[in-house]
Design a protein around this ligand. Structure first.
Ligand SMILES: Nc1ncnc2c1ncn2[C@@H]1O[C@H](COP(=O)(O)OP(=O)(O)O)[C@@H](O)[C@H]1O
Ligand SMILES: [Mg+2]
Length: 272
């Protein structure tokens, strides 16, 4: 098993020597009622300003891992520490995004974006965030769409609104569960480049679940390959392409080599 040491006294891949933001130690998860072991002793350190991805077969425990990191589910054993404090439940320094934008149809774009603030701090606080929400809409190319309802947005536009809703609370970390997998390929490529730009601008620490190898490689500093259930990391692959990445880099031989290497790993048993 080609495991790069990412636990304990971790050997950080070159260029990934930043401050640890997330630290997971021996995280396991068993769903007792269904007797399913989803995760087996996952160790992970995410460093400030880095973008990491996790790739693995369907059902291997990726979403479960993300939910545990977000404090939405407790691990059965092991520890999850963010910014030096154990994650015991949802926290304001964590931003999450899912495959579906899940905008409320009866709220306008801007009302959807400030919803996390409204839930947390009330209506007045949410109203006070409208200017900031407009700046975010500008950032993701949705200027002028603040007062329309979700039914008037395309899939890509709705996901951009979901990015704004994630960013409005100014989270230190972004947890992304296949956020663009429902989009067509062109929109997805475009959104990936947008995501990179936003992450670089904010020096965000990001963790992406995907089952697209090219998406993982083009976005990430490190790609973690997960085994079939119970999910374990079987390899951590450092992507040393320069930043900012461009879609042209997908024809770079180094890109091809990395994609090939990850595919090999997955073929060797990850997709059974
Ligand atoms: N709340 C739950 N209760 C019981 N089993 C679950 C629950 N959530 C996920 N599982 C099971 O855990 C395994 C991993 O699920 P998941 O993390 O969603 O996988 P992935 O995101 O990699 O496709 C699956 O077998 C799934 O059926
Ligand atoms: Mg999933």
């Amino acid at each position: 098993m080609a495991v790069l040491s990412i636990a304990g006294e971790a050997v950080a891949p070159a260029g990934l020597l930043g401050r640890p933001v997330y630290e997971l130690r021996g995280v396991s998860k068993t769903f007792v009622r269904r007797n399913v072991q989803a995760l087996d002793k996952v160790d992970l350190v995410l460093r400030e300003g880095t973008f990491s991805s996790i790739i693995g077969p369907s059902g291997c425990g990726k979403s479960t891992l993300l939910k545990i990191m977000a404090g939405l589910q407790p691990p059965s054993s092991g520890s999850v520490v963010l910014e030096g404090k154990p994650v015991m439940g949802p926290r304001r320094d964590i931003g999450m995004m899912f495959q579906q934008a899940t905008l409320f149809p009866w709220r306008t774009t801007i009302e959807n974006i400030v919803l996390p603030i409204e839930i947390r701090d009330g209506k007045a606080a949410a109203r006070a965030k409208h200017d900031q929400a407009r700046q975010l809409l500008d950032l993701v190319g949705l200027k002028g769409f603040e007062n329309v309802y979700p039914s008037e947005l395309s899939g890509g536009m709705a996901q951009r609104a979901a990015i704004c809703r994630m960013l409005i609370t100014e989270p230190a970390v972004l947890l992304l569960d296949e956020p663009f997998s429902a989009l067509d390929e062109l929109s997805r490529d475009f959104m990936n480049m947008e995501l990179q730009r936003i992450c670089l601008e904010r020096n965000a620490t990001s963790f992406l679940v995907t089952h697209s190898i090219p998406e993982a490689v083009i976005l990430s500093d490190v790609v973690y390959v997960m085994s079939p259930r119970p999910g374990r990391f079987v390899e951590a692959i450092t992507v040393d392409l320069p930043r900012p990445r461009t879609l042209d880099m997908m024809s770079d031989p180094r890109f091809g080599t990395l994609v090939h290497r990850i595919r090999n790993h997955l073929d060797k048993g990850a997709f059974q």
